[in-house]
Design a protein around this ligand. Structure first.
Ligand SMILES: [Zn+2]
Ligand SMILES: [Zn+2]
Length: 362
């Protein structure tokens, strides 16, 4: 996804801590030209665009080896320290500065020796803390299960609190409504029923669909362009300039580019069409009181009509002990199971006072 292109190699800079000479070159000045002090690779810094000194045809062997005897940085290709002659077999690689990023077209102001010092200090501090944590981890603590539990992290604590709070509120609410819900007798006052049958007719109907979804047999298509979806379209690149410390007194300036996208609407034909199909034209209804429901009579006119969906509602009217009326819609079997003037037990919601129709029991 990301395109990387190296634009050039340049020298890092360093300031001589002994004599104060500034902007010495990371690759050319391994020793201070004024006083001869060795370079500290950790204190190299990135120059501004104006101070950049290009490096041509410099073979890169890797980050410098720091002499374990005298701390002088040596090319990764050398076997012995050029300052003191010590072997470099166990030499550590020079620390590299963190990469610097600027937006495309923006100038880089450069750094100073103090930026490098601050970063070195922070790195040492972080390393010290990591060592300390490691020591505590394998210290005299009992070797029980790892203590890094969910509850240790701040996020974990926050999650835990929220869950506990939600559970608490839920339980309180549940308990209250359970405590406040009451049970009392109700009397069946009467039965009501309502039954419907839809009547469908075959004939022309107007419908809408995307052109590719218009069914066979459709006619009189009238289509207009409408937005159907969106798509991601590549829209150039977003670039930034990255400076990477190579650890040998040089840095690489790299252009990193990522593709950019924008959303674009996708249009398609939205069509209105006519098609012959079955559709509901009217609903026949029958309703009444008592326990003898019947279906409405349906007059079918010729072959262009047919019966469609059937629907039924069975309702009881109930009177509670306070003289309040309630209604419950039930299944046909439960509805038939209740007799007029029968006394049954019902539960009423504590918070709402509404009857719980699923609670009716003889
Ligand atoms: Zn010096
Ligand atoms: Zn040395």
């Amino acid at each position: 996804m990301t395109r990387r292109e190296e634009e050039g190699r340049y020298q890092m800079l360093w300031d001589c801590p002994a004599c104060g000479a500034e902007k010495l070159l990371g690759l050319d000045h391994r020793f201070c030209p004024a006083c001869g002090s060795p370079q500290d690779p950790e204190l190299r810094y990135f120059p501004s665009d104006d101070d950049k000194v290009a490096v041509d045809d410099h073979p890169y062997h890797g980050a410098d080896k720091v002499c374990p005897a005298c701390d002088t940085p040596n090319s990764a290709a050398s076997d012995f320290c050029e300052a003191c002659g010590s072997p470099l077999d166990d030499a550590a690689a020079a620390k590299q500065r963190q990469r610097k990023v600027t937006a495309e077209g923006e100038r880089f102001d450069g750094e100073s020796g103090s930026d490098a010092k601050r970063e070195a200090r922070e790195r040492k501090q972080a390393a010290k803390e990591a060592r300390l944590r490691e020591m505590q981890g394998v210290g005299p603590e009992p070797a029980g299960p790892p203590k890094k539990s969910f509850g240790n992290s701040k996020l974990g604590m926050a999650c835990f609190s929220i869950i506990a709070l939600a559970l608490g509120i839920g339980m309180v609410f549940c308990c209250l409504s359970w405590l406040w819900s009451t049970t009392s007798d109700v009397t069946v006052q009467g039965h009501e029923w309502e039954r419907t049958i839809q009547v469908e007719a075959y004939g022309p109907t107007t419908k809408r669909a995307w052109r590719n979804e218009v069914p066979a047999g459709a006619r009189d298509l009238r289509c207009t362009q409408e937005k159907r979806s969106t798509k991601r379209v590549k829209d150039g690149e977003e670039c930034k300039t990255v400076r990477e410390d190579k650890g040998d007194g040089t840095f690489a300036q790299i252009q990193e580019c990522k593709p950019k996208y924008r959303k674009e609407p996708v249009y398609d034909d939205r069509c209105r069409y006519t098609i012959d199909t079955w559709s509901v034209t009217r609903t026949e209804e029958a309703k009444g009181q008592g326990l003898e429901p019947r279906w409405p009579t349906v007059q079918i006119r010729g072959t262009q009509e047919r019966e469609g969906r059937r629907n039924a509602v069975y309702r009881v009217r109930l009177l509670d002990e306070d003289g309040q009326q309630h209604t419950c819609d039930l299944s046909e079997a439960r509805w038939r199971g209740l007799k007029p003037n029968q006394k049954i037990e019902a539960t009423f919601g504590g918070l709402t006072g509404a009857i719980d129709c699923s609670s009716l029991s003889p």
